[in-house]
Design a protein around this ligand. Structure first.
Ligand code: 0O2
Length: 211
């Protein structure tokens, strides 16, 4: 019992204030800078900002505990680092769906990034309707005692996908089991509308590109 409590305390401390969290912040800064450069490269090519917004975060202790409990994992720091891909995360909002894949392609080409896994929830949305492209990757950072590869998740999505995901997230906390089924179906329908909207906007942009 005492050991479990200590493990939980250690998990909280390691996520908040430790070498791990400092290195995580470095990984976030590095990936955000890389995305800035990628945006500039694509701006030169297309004459518009392809990445409209981006941010990074270390996953909170509460959110880590919730996710680990949901997955039936023991609450300790080593298991969290091994099993959760998004302890360190960056999200970038792109203008159009095809921009997402252009950005992903350039991320994948970086010499100091290796892709561990790609989850394409745009081609195959989740049952909930959720859409985004997730890249689970490792990024190399040169520290005093050598280079370390740090695992993190990059989520790429359009503003419409982001709008849906944020409201879905909010509503999910509020809804009880009873309402869940009805709301799930409504949210799925909204996700479809959003998918269609993104496709339509892309069609319009392509028409304008041709003129
Ligand atoms: P939070 O609170 O948003 O951070 P694995 O299945 O083990 O490969 P994971 O991470 O469980 O890995 O799988 P997944 O499904 O790729 O989910 C990763 C993240 O995507 C989630 O993190 C959410 O941020 C987001 N996500 C996935 N599905 C949904 C969804 O239906 N609605 C919304 N709003 N977001 C979703 P967390 O930690 O689960 O959640």
């Amino acid at each position: 019992m005492k050991k479990k409590k200590n493990e939980k305390e250690r998990l909280r401390d390691m996520l908040a204030d430790s070498e791990f969290s400092i290195k995580g912040q470095c990984a976030i800064s590095l990936l955000l800078t890389k995305l800035d450069i990628i945006n500039t490269v694509l701006l030169i090519d297309s004459g518009r900002n392809v990445i409209q917004m981006k941010n990074g975060r270390m996953k909170s202790y509460e959110s880590v505990c919730k996710k680990m409990q949901k997955k039936g994992l023991e609450l300790n720091f080593e298991t969290a680092v091994e099993k959760l891909n998004d302890l360190i995360g960056v999200r970038a909002i792109c203008a159009y769906v095809d921009d997402i894949y252009r950005v992903a392609e350039l991320v994948e080409k970086q010499k100091d990034i290796r892709i561990i896994k790609e989850k394409d929830y745009i081609k195959e949305p989740k049952k909930s309707g959720y859409q985004s492209l997730h890249l689970i990757l490792e990024i190399a950072i040169a520290f005093q005692n050598g280079t370390q590869w740090i695992k993190m998740e990059l989520q790429l999505r359009t503003a419409a996908m982001d709008y849906w995901a944020n409201l879905d997230h909010q509503l999910r906390y509020k809804k009880g089991k009873k309402e869940a089924e009805l709301i799930d179906e409504e949210l799925r329908q909204c996700a479809e509308v959003i998918g269609n909207l993104d496709r339509k906007m892309l069609e319009i942009r392509k028409k304008i590109d041709k003129i």
